[in-house]
Write a new protein. Structure first.
Length: 316
């Protein structure tokens, strides 16, 4: 395993040195080189790790991602059994604070309702592409052929755009459920949730204001408006099909899908009742993501700021 200490200011270096003293731990620690112009921090770190790697398979993972002992052997077996060139996973997302519980499980809903692994794995259309930077497993030859992280060096949602690039080039990718063997706590408080998703949201849509507006309108129409219709119908005692029963069916269907997602990804099923609040919060974050993109300062994350111009994705 190769670990890059990216100019950390906490106890990372001290902890890594402690691991190096354990005889059974096979670990190589490299110190990050200063960030060059035109690179996003994480992409530069991954590029440096690639340069230091010698294996035929590459797993890029975050420092806060944890694994069961069989995770790596399972990953290699999945790669070969499914004949894929790259895959990412949907890990178990640990949540603690109310903001984490409100927003992060909504990602599981998106995987179930909008981008299931069957579509990612079997459909060639590039729009069925997805990845998670917490776990990205490549054949090294494929990674090198497409140019690796250098191809997306200025992209703050490099995982998604690497997946799109691979599918555009004809490579086979996948996004399986790995909640049993991989886990991560993505964020730890409201500030991290709000800033983290604001940083990525609009960027994942290539800063396309029309697409972003359409998606936000879609969320409102499918998940918020039906609640308003039902509330008005109850107040006015109008129980007609279009005023009450059709909106109610939308609410129930969304709740059922959210329930299925909760069960499949090991989240409390009671979170299905939080779905409208989750959507509302996701919409607010989306609006803030657009606001950040068009502000002079740009997106903020871990002491660095990224402007829309600096992080425009390439066209694949």
């Amino acid at each position: 395993m190769i670990v890059l200490n990216d100019n950390s200011s906490d106890r990372t270096g001290e902890i890594l040195n402690g691991f190096l003293k354990i005889p059974t731990v096979v670990l190589k620690v490299i110190d990050g080189v200063e960030l060059p112009a035109g690179w996003v921090g994480k992409n530069w770190a991954c590029h440096q790790l690639f340069k230091a790697a010698t294996g035929e398979l590459l797993l890029f993972t975050d420092a806060d991602t944890a694994y069961e002992p069989e995770a790596l052997s399972s990953a290699e077996r999945f790669l070969h059994e499914n004949d894929v060139d790259f895959f990412s996973v949907v890990p178990f997302q640990e949540v603690g604070t109310w903001s984490e519980k409100l927003v992060i499980p909504f990602l599981y809903y998106l995987f179930i309702a909008y981008l299931p692994n069957e579509f990612v794995l079997k459909r060639r259309d590039v729009k069925y592409s997805a990845a998670n930077g917490q776990f990205m497993f490549f054949k090294k030859t494929v990674y090198e052929t497409v140019g690796g992280h250098e191809t997306v060096k200025n992209n703050i949602v490099e995982d998604i755009f690497l997946a799109r690039l691979l599918k555009t080039k004809g490579y086979k990718i996948a996004l399986p459920n790995a909640v049993e063997i991989v886990r991560c706590r993505m964020y730890r408080n409201f500030s991290e949730v709000f800033k983290g998703f604001s940083k990525n949201y609009f960027a994942a849509m290539e800063y396309n204001l029309f697409v972003m507006s359409a998606f936000l309108l879609h969320l409102f129409a499918l998940y918020i408006a039906p609640l308003i219709f039902v509330a008005v119908a109850l107040i006015t005692s109008d129980f007609s099909i279009f005023a009450f029963w059709l909106p109610l069916s939308h609410i129930l269907l969304a709740g059922i899908i959210r329930f299925i997602a909760s069960v499949q990804f090991k989240m409390p099923a009671v979170q299905a009742f939080l779905h409208p609040a989750s959507v509302l919060m996701v919409m607010i974050i989306g609006i803030n993501s657009v606001r950040w993109a068009f502000s002079k300062k740009g997106s903020e994350w871990k002491g660095r700021t990224y402007s829309k111009v600096e992080t425009m994705p390439g066209n694949f």
